[in-house]
Design a protein around this ligand. Structure first.
Ligand code: C3B
Length: 801
């Protein structure tokens, strides 16, 4: 199906490799092997090929004495890796044929792989796309993160309510990682700071060890592979305390190990609000300190002049989570290596850069100085000296990483980075005028923009074989790592035959999704309906409640006139709410309750249905995006830093209904205003509107449809057994309504009716969809990473050397 050319290994050789692994690695006879055994054997056969290119890349980097990029991130939302590896090695045909020859269903084997959910959402998935692009571009790089035993929780629904269960990806065998017991570092916490002979010495009270696990990340065509190094926490003093054990205190004997392992046990399930937990700060220091120790060990093995560090090491802080890297690097350079303080600070700044991913005030990390000083006493002193040095260099200012007895990680990151970047043009401008306005005045060259991107290997080639096959048929395969080549399909869009092939790909993807939904959720849907999709974390600013209010209002309109010529539509939702975010959980339940009523309504269900699919993850995104007609990107303007789902949808030919927020602005610029359904207030208007004390009441009074929809919720139409169930939502939307759901409703409703009208003209709709695909090339993470390499890291590709 994919027209991409093949790897040179023959199917026979590949089949033999699979059998060899099955027999000698897994100890299984083919006649007794289970699906998991086949998956493991296939993974090992694929991994063999990755390892060769991985070693070659490492050798080239050493030989060239090249600069490496280190991407520090608390999250890497990598998802499944097997198909990714197969695609990038161009082994798809051989793998499929070999599994067939072995009597196995290839897709069943692929689907057996757990989805590694080591991230919450956009930030973590961006890190995964970036690693893949770094490898595709041949830029020497490491991702550093935590090897969480439990990634993001599994979500299910009981009576429409979100239930959370631990995620257990590591309970299955994981073929991609290599344990590196030799790369082990002691990470200290607490204790005392003293001075001896003019030197400052930190003596931690406790410690854990960080042990490395490496996963190779293969780039397109297998020409380069980098490393994702994840740290696992283990007890410093061996697995258990023998004295306690011999005294019969078995629980006490196991305590050190249990305590240590807590650090890498779970991913925090909230991507925006700070938990304020000691454990979270411990996790952040654990990751950062282990990474820096590893970076310096590697540097020392190649260079003997520490002055060369900034020329050989670029460290990217993915949000403020690893911001302790600033003080930690200064501590190592000053306390341990003896550099004068100012010099240590300058050197650290030259190595470090920081990406800001959100302006939401509750997501800007800060730590009470008591907690910070208890865990990291030396670092607290260093933060103060960093502040002093910064104040000395900028005498007229009083900007500080310490205020109100808090350590402010955003400010600290800003001071310690030579470049600070936002993730979309609008977000970067807002950084300059809001959170970092004073810093920006002081350091006008420091903030730069790097609009996010997504890897086209996973988000088009792999997840949408029908469309990628058509594209390759039309313009060859160069687009896969040069996505701007998609422009080459534009002249074909006016050819009715070609457009019909484009439409057929979408139609077939939708039919696949409908079949899958019927099989897994029991929801039967007609693939001829418009598939309208909103998939992302649940958050008030993302406004899933605006979407469901529109559904209610539209349902009421249809009920009043059921025989009119309505455009049939299925609204699909998926996404998780942080377990402690009760408002977001109410929104989920409301959507499920509304779905129950609408889907049972025989007057309307042929033209309007709602489905909330459980346990949203990377794999589900790969299934939904290729089948979407409409992409919902409806955040309150000024709140969504960028979005990356918005890019994946446009690339796969879904039209966007969206606000002028984040990267939506740039998507609209690229695909053309005619091919985008715009609605809502701009970020400036949002600020003005909030100044009107009764903005929500005014909006409701002006639009009876909104009033009627809210009334239906309040009257218990969707929760007859408990009419007051959603009073939190209705009270909020009729009262403070900080995210301006009511004020944007009317324009959203209008835009949705425009969408309905447009969908009726199939040729026009498909033309718009194809133009979205043709013009989304700029949103490749290859473009983003190329710009980081030249504008932030000063790093070079070694792929073709
Ligand atoms: C997200 C933002 O919410 C998105 O707008 C953005 O596209 C991505 O980051 C990637 O830049 N984000 C997140 O997922 N978690 C955070 N803690 C902060 C931002």
């Amino acid at each position: 199906m994919n027209m991409v050319s093949r790897n040179t290994i023959t199917t026979d050789d590949f089949r033999a490799a699979i059998l060899r692994h099955l027999t000698y690695e897994l100890g299984k006879d083919a006649s007794h092997a289970a699906v998991e055994d086949w998956r493991m054997a296939l993974s090992f056969a694929v991994r063999d090929q990755i390892v060769d290119s991985w070693f070659a890349a490492t050798r080239k980097t050493y030989d060239a004495g090249a600069k490496r990029v280190y991407y520090l991130s608390m999250e890497f939302l990598i998802g499944r890796l097997l198909k990714d590896g197969i695609i990038n090695l161009r082994l798809l045909d051989q793998a499929r044929e070999a599994m067939q020859a072995l009597g196995q269903d290839f897709d069943t084997v692929l689907a057996d792989e757990p989805d590694a959910a080591l991230g919450n959402g956009g930030l973590g998935r961006l890190a995964a796309c970036f690693l893949e692009s770094l490898s595709t571009l041949g830029c020497p790089a490491y991702g550093y993160g935590i090897r969480y035993e439990h990634g993001l929780f599994r979500q299910s629904f009981v009576d429409g309510r979100q239930m959370e269960a631990p995620e257990t990806w590591l309970l299955q065998r994981h073929p991609w990682e290599f344990e590196r017991p030799e790369s082990r570092y002691r990470i200290g916490f607490g204790g005392e700071v003293s001075t001896k002979a003019g030197k400052t010495i930190w003596t931690p009270a406790d410690s854990v060890d960080a042990e490395a696990y490496d996963t190779p990340v293969i780039g397109w065509q297998g020409r380069w592979a980098n490393t994702l190094r994840l740290w696992s926490a283990v007890a410093s003093d061996g697995p258990f305390d023998l004295d306690s054990f011999n005294r019969g205190d078995f629980a006490g004997a196991a305590r050190p190990e249990a305590l240590a392992r807590t650090i890498s046990r779970v991913l925090y399930p909230d991507d925006t609000t700070e938990q304020g937990k000691e454990l979270r700060l411990k996790q952040e220091y654990f990751l950062t300190s282990a990474a820096l120790k590893d970076i310096l060990r590697r540097f020392d093995s190649e260079h003997d002049d520490i002055g060369k560090l900034p020329g050989k090491v670029a460290i990217q802080l993915n949000d403020t989570h690893p911001a302790i890297a600033g003080p930690e690097l200064v501590r190592i350079l000053h306390d341990e290596r003896g550099l004068p303080f100012e010099e240590a600070m300058k050197m650290a700044q030259a190595c470090l850069s920081y990406t800001n991913h959100t302006l939401l005030p509750e997501a800007l990390e800060s730590w009470p100085e008591g907690l910070f000083g208890k865990l990291l006493p030396r670092h607290l002193q260093i933060v103060d000296r960093i502040d002093d040095a910064h104040a000395k260099a900028n005498p007229s200012r009083t900007l500080s990483a310490r205020s109100d007895h808090q350590v402010k990680m955003g400010e600290l990151s800003f001071i310690m980075a030579h470049k600070v970047n936002g993730v979309s043009a609008l977000h970067t401008e807002l950084m300059k005028t809001t959170v970092f306005s004073e810093f920006h005045r002081l350091h006008p060259d420091r903030i730069i923009n790097q609009t996010n991107g997504v890897t086209p290997r996973r988000w088009l080639l792999s997840c949408n074989p029908r469309l990628s096959g058509l594209i390759t048929d039309t313009i060859g395969e160069g687009w896969v790592d040069d996505l701007e080549q998609l422009k080459g399909i534009e002249p074909h869009i006016s050819d009715a035959g070609w457009l019909e092939r484009y439409a057929a790909a979408k139609r077939d993807n939708k039919a696949d999704l409908a079949n899958w939904m019927a099989k897994t959720t029991g929801v039967k849907v007609d693939p001829a309906m418009m598939f309208d999709v909103q998939i992302k974390r649940l958050h008030e600013y993302k406004r899933q409640h605006l979407n469901i209010l529109e559904a209610i209002a539209h349902w009421q309109e249809i009920k009043a006139n059921p025989s009119a010529d309505w455009t049939p539509r299925l609204k699909i939702f998926a996404g998780k709410a942080a377990p402690g975010y009760f408002f977001a959980k109410d929104i989920i339940r409301l959507i499920n309750d509304v779905a129950k009523v609408l889907n049972a309504d025989t007057d309307t269900r042929d033209v309007l249905q709602v489905a909330f699919l459980p346990n949203y993850n990377v794999t589900l995104a790969e299934r939904l995006i290729p089948a979407a007609d409409l992409s919902e990107q409806i955040s309150t303007a000024g709140k969504e830093a960028s979005g990356t789902g918005n890019m994946k949808f446009a690339l796969n030919g879904a039209l966007t209904v969206g606000t002028l927020d984040g990267a939506n602005v740039e998507i609209r610029d690229h695909v053309g205003a005619d091919n985008f359904f715009l609605f809502g207030m701009t970020a400036d208007k949002v600020e003005e509107r909030r100044l009107i004390p009764d903005h929500a009441a005014q909006a409701i009074a002006a639009d009876p449809r909104l009033g009627a929809a809210l009334k239906a919720i309040r009257d218990g139409v969707f929760s007859p057994d408990e009419p007051g169930r959603y009073h939190n939502i209705t009270d909020n939307l009729t009262g403070p309504d900080y995210f301006l759901v009511a004020s944007d409703f009317t324009d959203y409703y209008r835009a949705q009716r425009e969408v309905d009208a447009a969908f009726k003209d199939k040729t026009h709709w498909m033309t718009m969809a194809a133009l979205n695909t043709a013009r989304s090339g700029w949103f490749s993470s290859d473009r983003t990473i190329t710009d980081y390499m030249s504008q932030i890291w000063d790093a070079k590709s070694l792929r073709d050397s």
